[in-house]
Structure formats: structure tokens, C-alpha cells
Design a protein around this ligand. Structure first.
Ligand code: ADP
Length: 160
């Protein structure tokens, strides 16, 4: 069985990575889809976000990374995935996922949604709070892979 894990990944965090590692154990193949044009303000370009995800998952043999710009259900259809993985941190995530899941089921009834609960230690971790902490000089070393921490620090320094 083959799954996609779509998201903005601006940038990838250890919370995302935990979901990737667990999903890669459940599925034969996992394609991480980096959404090209999410309706949010982004710090990193699509190429940068893909690069950060690639570098962070290079040790996982059944994981691939690609950017996408179409509807997520169409992306799944295009690559031939039967399932979509998402991570749930809080009931707010659940409410959002539930609404999106209903719409996605309407658009592509064959695509199954598999939600994995966030690890306890990453429940509070979001890319947006991470960027805020990094831009104010906070220590982010335990929250992202080393390479991401280096690139993120440089990026926010330049913006300040
Ligand atoms: P999106 O814009 O699609 O929400 P994100 O990059 O913010 O993209 O998140 C992608 C997926 O990863 C979502 O399902 C989100 O709930 C999940 N996620 C985000 N942060 C964490 C975390 N710390 N632990 C587990 N899952 C997470």
C-alpha cells in the first residue's frame, strides 16, 4: 500500500519527521507532498522546503519528496496513492482535518485518510511557532533536524 503525506512544511519539524518515520513503517512507499501554494504566508520557497524535507528524510529508503500544486486528491490520483497521511496534535487539528476529509471523500471516494496522533513531545510544535521562536533567537535545536536549524537560523537572521 502506498500513501502521500501532504503539507506546507515551512519548514519541516521533528513533529513532521516523527509522522514520516511512523508512516514509512506502515506503508510500502510514502511520498511527501510539499504544497506549492498554501493559503498562508511562507518563509521558504517551494525549492527550499523540498530541499529541507529531502535532506531530513534521506535516510528513509521508502520515502520520496515532491512538490505539488493541484488539489491534494488529484495529487494522490496522479501518483497512484491509495491513502493520505496527516498528523493530529489537538482537537483543533481534528476539526480541521474532519472538514477537509469530508470534502476530499466527496472529491475522491477511493482515497483513504490515515491520521496519526502527534507524539506527546511534539504536541505543541508547529512550523509557525518554530519560526517565531527562531526569529527571536530561541534555541530550536531539539525541534528540527540539525540541517533545518542551520538554514532556519540563517534565514531569520537575514530577515531581521
Ligand atoms: P498544512 O498547511 O497542510 O497544515 P503543515 O506543514 O502545517 O501543513 O502540516 C502538515 C501535516 O503535519 C498536518 O497534518 C499537520 O497537522 C501535521 N503536523 C504539523 N505539526 C505536527 C507535529 N508537531 N506533530 C505531528 N503532526 C504535525
Amino acid at each position: 500500500m502506498f500513501a502521500i503525506y501532504p503539507g506546507s512544511f515551512d519548514p519541516i519539524t521533528n513533529g513532521h519527521l516523527d509522522i514520516v518515520i511512523r508512516a514509512a513503517r506502515l506503508f510500502d512507499r510514502l511520498i511527501i507532498g510539499v504544497y506549492d501554494t498554501p493559503a498562508k504566508h511562507l518563509l521558504f520557497t517551494t525549492e527550499e522546503r523540498v530541499d529541507l524535507v529531502e535532506k531530513s528524510t534521506a535516510h528513509l529508503p521508502n520515502v520520496e519528496v515532491t512538490a505539488f500544486s493541484e488539489l491534494v486528491v488529484d495529487f494522490a490520483r496522479k501518483v497512484g496513492a491509495q491513502a493520505m497521511v496527516r498528523g493530529l496534535r489537538t482537537s483543533t487539528d481534528f476539526d480541521r482535518e474532519f472538514d477537509m476529509a469530508m470534502m476530499n471523500k466527496q472529491l475522491n471516494p477511493e482515497l483513504e485518510l490515515v491520521c496519526l496522533m502527534a507524539a506527546l513531545k511534539y504536541q505543541f510544535l508547529s512550523s509557525s511557532l518554530l519560526k517565531e521562536a527562531a526569529s527571536l533567537g530561541g534555541n530550536i535545536n531539539d525541534l528540527v533536524p540539525e540541517y533545518v536549524a542551520t538554514v532556519l537560523r540563517k534565514k531569520v537572521q537575514r530577515k531581521m
